[in-house]
Design a protein around this ligand. Structure first.
Ligand code: GCW
Length: 689
């Protein structure tokens, strides 16, 4: 058993402070009648017991039958099994409801005021339960409820980049992997708590292991461990472990997926080819998946990184990505499994932006029906800001998923606060003009039950799960926004703060202001906020650094030279349909925040009343001032937040300020070196201790 205590994140269930609210909540929720028809109802009863005990200050009574002579009660179950649900919910409503949707409604039954939670599936009722608990935790009225909720995206997954046997996490900044393959199938309570956290925000799938299923060994590493890699999870010795994890997550409506290696038939020592058109390869995958389903009957499917950054793929056999993906798709189809095939491919660093489109757009319509192309939000690689990938609008006949990064590889990792919900909202709202019409990324993704959104996770074995306490907001916000991309950023932020810290309006407002300022600040000091990117250090380690400032290392990404700065990405802009292509190609119409992504401009190019170079200087300087103000605002909350969490965040913000200055100074010196135009800026460093 684990002995480390870990944080409750957004499931703290602190006592409701307002006595009027508490009294209504107690009337309706002190007595709970739930169905027992299915393991999910164990989850529902447990969560209601934990949540209501915390929120209402006393344990609820859990009934097996409708309670009599109470002032009110909460009922959770299927319509066909419960008269109280039938009293308020029509059969057709359930028939029309999304499989994971739910209804929460105030109902009068036999003279008693009741609240019912129902849905078409048990998973829907798990979501409904968490939704109700969130209403209570955020102080919402519940006396006249009529809520019908359905997820907008069908697949909502977390991709773990966990290296199972090393227990390391690629791009993880919150300690080692939470999954302990050496001890599995022995289970840990932490898995269950993780499942609760995810179900509370609507996640319905997790990929257990890194898309890099083979990674080179590192100096000093125990060879016995280094030789073991993610591709071995398909081995029969590992499947009972996968099954054990599935047994925990399934009750929360979360399916298990694995990243697999395209060359597994060879790596496992059984065949001498992985050619997708070879009969023995087809048979191998079919038998391998049969064995997986023997252990995990509801296994979700696989995620594949192929022909990318050293991982094998169909190109090794002169076959297309479609041939490779369809091989796996056909083998999984009899079991209802799915293939998420990643579009992150590039052959060189020179013109990386155009490569994914060039590889995949021509394959539109060529994929098997259970194959989904998983596309990173932008064409480069999870930079602080990128335009959306041209692929989203180019795949009308292909299932698509958007891959976002919750972990902060290029946005300050475990130290810098960078609240990413506004970035994701911008991506979802971007109009792709696919098929000549207004069509946002969110609309394209929501269209079709094989589409979805994946987030590269930011949790690890750290007691606070995400390394930086405030980075919990990114995990929370990802789930909420992916469930419903129409949610307002501010409401996601506020509900997270209220559940995590306090419902005191002054605290909510201050923490929200800090979160909302954080991404623009990072954009200012790490990029100059005109569309530049990838000025982070790479280094020679197997896993590149991507953290420290090193703008001189990869000039091709940002285009700095003696004449100017930015990259002429005409080729990339032309991959967009009109009017987007025209807009991006015009210096005057290109959005300011993407200007130097698409254009190489002279240092002294006059832009909006100033010059490009001066604007870069100003933005880099302003970013540091914002971080300083974020730090000071956080300091003002010392009496409102428990010392442990307050101090942790205060320390991180101190460190962020030091590093933001380093970013500012490095970028300004770098620009000046080329432009030979000294910076005219003022900052407040003098006042720093
Ligand atoms: O840019 C790279 C990251 C790698 C990652 C890769 C990918 C998992 O630096 O760490 O590998 O993207 O998304 O496949």
């Amino acid at each position: 058993m684990e002995t480390t205590a870990y944080d409750d994140c957004w499931l703290r269930y602190e006592p409701v402070q307002s006595s009027a609210r508490r009294s209504t909540y107690r009337t309706l929720c002190s007595h709970v009648f739930t169905s027992t028809a299915g393991p999910e109802f164990g989850v529902i009863r447990d969560e209601l017991h934990t949540g209501l005990t915390g929120l209402l200050g006393r344990e609820p009574h859990l009934w097996m039958h409708p309670p009599r002579s109470t002032d009110g009660f909460l009922a959770v179950g299927r319509r066909e099994r419960m008269a109280v649900v039938r009293a308020g919910v029509d059969k057709h409503e359930i028939e029309a409801l999304h499989a994971e949707g739910f209804i929460i409604r105030s109902v009068e039954w036999e003279g008693t005021d009741c609240l019912v939670i129902t849905g078409a599936t048990n998973a829907g009722m798990v979501y409904g339960t968490f939704h109700l608990l969130r209403l209570l935790a955020t102080g919402e009225p519940i006396d006249e409820l009529d809520i019908v909720e359905e997820p907008k995206n069908d697949t909502r997954t977390i991709n773990h980049w966990d290296n199972p046997f090393r227990r390391s996490v690629e791009r993880g900044y919150a300690g080692s992997s939470i999954f302990d393959w050496a001890q599995l199938p022995a289970l840990r309570d932490r898995y269950r708590v993780y499942a609760r956290m995810l179900a509370a925000v609507g996640i319905n799938g997790i990929v257990l292991n890194n898309v890099n299923t083979q990674t080179p060994s590192r100096p000093g590493e125990n060879p016995a461990i280094a030789d073991m890699a993610g591709w071995q999870l398909l081995d029969s010795s590992q499947l009972p472990k996968v099954a054990a994890l599935a047994s925990v997550f399934r009750r929360y409506g979360i399916k298990i997926y694995l990243s697999v290696n395209f060359a597994a038939p060879v790596l496992m020592g059984e065949l001498d080819t992985a050619d997708p058109l070879a009969d023995e390869v087809v048979q191998w995958w079919s038998e391998t998946f049969d064995a997986v389903y023997d252990h995990v009957p509801d296994f979700g499917g696989v995620l594949v990184k192929a022909d990318s950054e050293g991982q094998p793929g169909p190109h090794d056999y002169n076959r297309t990505h479609a041939a490779g993906a369809n091989l796996l798709g056909r083998a999984l189809a009899p079991h209802g499994g799915r293939v998420f095939w990643r579009a992150f491919v590039y052959g060189s660093h020179d013109d990386r932006a155009v490569q994914a489109y060039n590889t995949f757009a021509g394959l539109n319509g060529a994929f098997h029906e259970n194959v989904t192309l998983q596309i990173k939000n932008g064409p480069i690689d999870f930079q602080p800001r990128e335009p959306v990938s041209t692929l989203f609008g180019a795949l009308s006949e292909t299932n698509i998923a958007c891959e976002l990064q919750i972990t902060q590889e290029y946005t300050g990792q475990g130290v810098h606060l960078c609240y990413l919900v506004p970035q994701w909202k911008e991506i979802f709202e971007t109009d792709t003009h696919a098929n000549g019409e207004r069509t946002s990324v969110a609309e394209l993704l929501a269209h079709g039950d094989q589409n979805g959104v994946a987030g590269v996770g930011n949790i690890g074995a750290d007691p606070n799960w995400t390394g930086h306490y405030l980075a919990q907001a990114n995990c929370y916000g990802f789930g909420r926004l992916v469930w419903n991309p129409d949610l307002e950023i501010e409401s996601i932020t506020e509900e997270w703060i209220t559940q995590t810290f306090s419902d005191d309006p002054a605290v909510v407002e201050t923490v929200a202001s800090i979160l909302h300022d954080s991404w623009p600040a990072v954009l200012d000091y790490m990029t100059g906020h005109l569309g530049l990117l990838h000025m982070m250090y790479n280094g020679n380690d197997v896993v590149e650094n991507h953290y420290d400032p090193a703008p001189g290392e990869w000039p091709a990404y940002h285009g700095a030279d003696d004449d100017g700065i930015g990259v002429d990405r005409t080729d990339y802009a032309e991959q967009y349909p009109e009017p987007l292509a025209e807009q991006y190609l015009s210096v005057d119409d290109c959005p300011t925040e993407l200007l130097l992504f698409f254009h190489h401009l002279p240092w002294e190019y006059e832009y909006e009343g100033t010059t490009i170079i001066q604007r870069l200087y100003d933005n880099c300087t302003a970013g540091v001032e914002t971080v300083r103000s974020m730090r000071d605002r956080w300091a003002s909350l010392a009496d409102d937040i428990d010392r442990k969490r307050h101090r942790h965040v205060a320390e991180r913000l101190d460190e962020q300020l030091v590093e933001a200055k380093q970013w500012r100074d490095t970028l300004i010196a770098f620009f000046d070196e080329y432009a030979d135009i000294p910076a005219q800026t003022q900052h407040s460093d003098e006042s720093e201790p």
